[in-house]
Design a protein around this ligand. Structure first.
Ligand code: PMP
Length: 405
């Protein structure tokens, strides 16, 4: 499918909306993307036709829902080219996926005195779970820094890795700086010392084609709600060799084989890590989002978003007092900035009144804010439906706000 922006926009009913009597310009897809009708329809279809609790095999409805749920597992497997569907675990989001690995991996493989390397540009979701798990074990968190351009200083990585290092946690794409990190290189380095790597793909999976086998990632995590799918659905990819060894994260229905008061045996992968009733309708509807992304094509989406990034960056740089955070040579469609003399919160609030939805504040990345010595910033982020015309409207609004100060 050639990139037909009008057709793509027509998939998203919400884009016709007005806020404060202004056409909505949605520049906050990095926080959560909007949902196309295909996803909304799929969820409705399930509820109107064949909803039932899955994996119970009790009746027609349950069987049909189970089949669709498991079909999406296969779709996810193919989307990231995992070797087996046993390696695809449904969670409620990237945050839960990371907590699962931090808790379970550390319980099994980390002991007092061990070290976990975490990059300085991580979302809080890829820092705090490691701190909690390391704290329980008496292990230490070691920082992998980035430079002022927003590029990880991976030349420092060999000196940070030692025999105590057990895992490296790093984002594929930074949610603040937009930097596309060289995760393949990091994984190669880590594996030379038998260190595992968890890649936080929350900001990469909506934009970049992912091949977990090619990357050789040990764990790769992401959220459906940033990929035009429903919220409340996350994915944990883990290599079977790790997942087999790791203890369950939560106990409950579905994750067991047999239960008695003498002891419990656990279900096989991936169910060992899927306790309780999952977000059935969310997972099934996510299949429609993946279908749409495949149809449009990841390469086409990336090229479109890159052209928006280049255009907006160039326009923003013309503004006096503009400071952009993150100028890495490989960057995704995220631009964080401040304008001298204007508080980011004021800027965001005034732009919102002009119909522009964007994000302000610390962006769940206090360590990035600390790096630049700021409290917060403004972030615009692009999805497949954004246009250069919207950037022009945004720029005019920004200039108007600037005149007010
Ligand atoms: N990591 C990154 C890089 C993110 O951008 C986000 C979402 N802002 C998360 C993790 C957390 O994702 P979720 O809230 O879907 O669990």
């Amino acid at each position: 499918m050639a990139y037909n922006i009008d057709e793509i926009r027509s998939f998203f009913p919400v884009l016709k909306k007005e806020v404060y009597n202004k056409p909505l310009i949605y520049f906050d897809s990095a926080a959560s993307s909007q949902k196309p009708f295909q996803v909304l329809k799929k969820e409705e279809e399930l509820h109107n036709d064949h909803y039932g609790n899955i994996h119970r095999g009790a009746h027609f409805m349950a069987d049909k829902a189970t089949q669709e749920f498991e079909d999406v597992r296969e779709q996810v497997r193919a989307f990231i080219n995992a070797a087996s569907r046993r390696e695809i675990i449904f969670t409620k989001g990237t945050t839960e996926s990371i907590n699962l690995v931090a808790s379970s991996f550390c319980e099994r493989f980390v002991k007092a005195g061990d070290e976990i390397i975490v990059s300085e540009m991580e979302h809080h979701a890829n820092i705090v779970p490691w701190q909690l798990a390391a704290g329980r074990k008496g292990a230490k968190i070691v920082k992998l820094p980035f430079n002022d351009l927003g590029v990880l200083e991976i030349e420092k990585l060999p000196s940070l890795i030692n025999e105590k290092t057990k895992l490296i946690a790093v984002a594929h794409v930074s949610n603040v700086l937009g930097t596309i990190n060289p995760v393949k290189e990091i994984i190669e380095l880590a594996h030379q010392s038998k260190v595992a790597v968890l890649v936080d793909g929350a900001q990469a999976s909506p934009h970049i084609s992912i091949d977990v086998q090619e990357l050789d990632a040990d764990f790769y995590v992401f959220s459906a709600h940033k990929m035009y799918g429903p919220n409340g659905v996350g994915i944990l990819y883990g290599k079977e060799k790790w997942l087999e060894e790791m203890p369950p994260y939560q106990g409950g229905g579905e994750m067991i084989s047999e239960v008695s008061f003498e002891g419990t045996t656990f279900n096989e992968l991936p169910y060992k890590f899927e306790a309780g009733t999952p977000h059935i309708s969310g997972v099934i509807a996510f299949g429609a989002a993946l279908g749409l992304m495949n149809k449009i094509g990841l390469e086409n989406m990336a090229a479109w978003e890159h052209s928006l990034l280049v255009y907006a960056t160039q326009k923003l740089k013309e503004i006096e007092g503009m400071k952009i955070y993150g100028e890495a040579p490989r960057k995704s469609g995220v631009i964080s900035f401040n304008i001298e003399g204007i508080h980011s919160y004021d800027l965001g609030m005034l732009l919102d009144k002009m119909g522009i939805a964007l994000r302000t504040g610390h962006l769940c990345a206090d360590t990035v804010m600390a790096h630049y010595g700021i409290q917060g910033c403004v972030r615009i982020s692009f999805g497949i439906y954004n246009t250069k015309d919207e950037i022009d409207v945004f720029m005019a609004a920004l200039n108007k706000v600037k005149m007010m100060f």
